[in-house]
Design a protein around this ligand. Structure first.
Ligand code: CP
Ligand code: NVA
Length: 325
């Protein structure tokens, strides 16, 4: 499958180094940097599949702060550090002093004296920016209310592997447009030359500033951004269909309201008939079968959700290798 990847895609990456010191949102990276990370992820995946050791981060330590639950992010970062010869420390905000009111800036300064990088999953996006401002080691965003960039790098890797290209594809996202996945998908898609269409109910459209920035970035890569309330319009001729939970972490009080608001925005067989015949289905997981997606679709032949979950490991190892070595 890896051989199927268009040589053109590989050649897009001209920069061998990342200019950024942190990994906070995809709009901070150039298109070339994103391709550099994707190519590195493919190399690291190959090494791991061949059973070849690759201790590029021997002796390095990643601190991982979690203020929200996680299965994939926690395990893939921890295993990734181990496979790179380093170590990861899980820091639940329930257990560290941050959870008792110690400031983000003091936490950043103290952790920087011990570890070589900090990954954080938190609520407010500003918290990650503040952490990065005060840390003297690289900071990686493991999800905020606004962005989920490590997930979308893995999504791009998955699409590239299955389609052999990224530029020129149409990605359609159906559901909560005002969440971390929708925002990072918008930024990721336009950076690599994909068109993106988002269908969300009134009141759940993507953040205006992020949309505006995506439209501007898209003008440089020939990518279009379409935002609509009509799932049929969004999904028409899509190569890739993505959805996410209707209630993100921290929004549990709104569950009933959201179940009602998102009626008609379920990814199901009927809706998917309007996409290209060979569409891919992605979901960052965890999923709620029967809500945002039917079991028929997520467990069906178009779904690549477990490749996508695996690719968290490979994509993040590429980020870690560039930022921590
Ligand atoms: N997709 C994702 O970030 O999963 P976790 O919440 O399990 O980390
Ligand atoms: N939008 C979801 C993504 C989970 C990985 C949430 O924030 O809960």
């Amino acid at each position: 499958m890896l051989e199927a990847i268009n040589a053109e895609e590989k050649n897009v990456a001209t920069e061998k180094q990342l200019l950024v010191n942190d990994f906070i949102q995809l709009s901070d990276l150039s298109s070339a940097e994103i391709h550099t990370l994707l190519n590195e992820a493919l190399e690291l995946k190959k090494l791991q599949k061949e059973g070849k050791s690759h201790p590029f981060l021997s002796g390095k330590v990643l601190g991982m702060i979690f203020e929200k639950s996680s299965t994939r992010t926690r395990v893939s970062f921890e295993v990734g550090m181990l496979q790179l010869g380093g170590h990861a420390i899980f820091l639940s905000s329930k257990d560290i002093q941050l959870g008792r009111g110690e400031s983000i800036s003091d936490t950043a300064k103290v952790l920087s004296r011990y570890v070589d990088g900090i990954m954080i999953r938190t609520f407010s996006h500003e918290s990650v920016e503040e952490l990065a401002e005060h840390a003297t080691v690289p900071v990686i965003n493991g999800l905020t209310d606004l962005h989920h960039p490590t997930q979308v790098l893995a999504d791009l890797l998955t699409i590239l592997e299955h389609k052999g290209k990224l530029a020129g594809l149409k990605l359609c996202y159906i559901g909560d447009g005002n969440n971390n996945m929708a925002h990072s998908l918008m930024e990721g898609a336009v950076k690599v030359g994909m068109d993106i269409s988002i269908a969300s109910p009134p009141g759940f459209l993507p953040n205006g500033k992020i949309t505006e920035r995506a439209i501007q970035m898209g003008a440089e890569t020939n990518s279009s951004v379409m935002i609509t309330h009509d799932p049929l319009q969004a999904i028409k001729d899509a190569d890739v269909i993505v959805t996410d939970v209707w209630t993100s972490m921290g929004q549990e009080d709104e569950t009933a309201l959201r179940l009602k608001a998102f009626e008609g925005f379920q990814v199901n067989q009927e809706l998917c008939k309007h996409a290209k015949a060979d569409f891919l289905f992605l979901h960052c997981l965890p999923a709620h079968r029967g809500e945002e997606v039917t079991a028929e679709i997520i467990d069906g032949s178009h779904s690549v959700v477990f490749d996508e979950a695996e690719n968290r490991l490979h994509a993040q190892k590429a980020i870690l290798k560039f930022l921590l070595s």
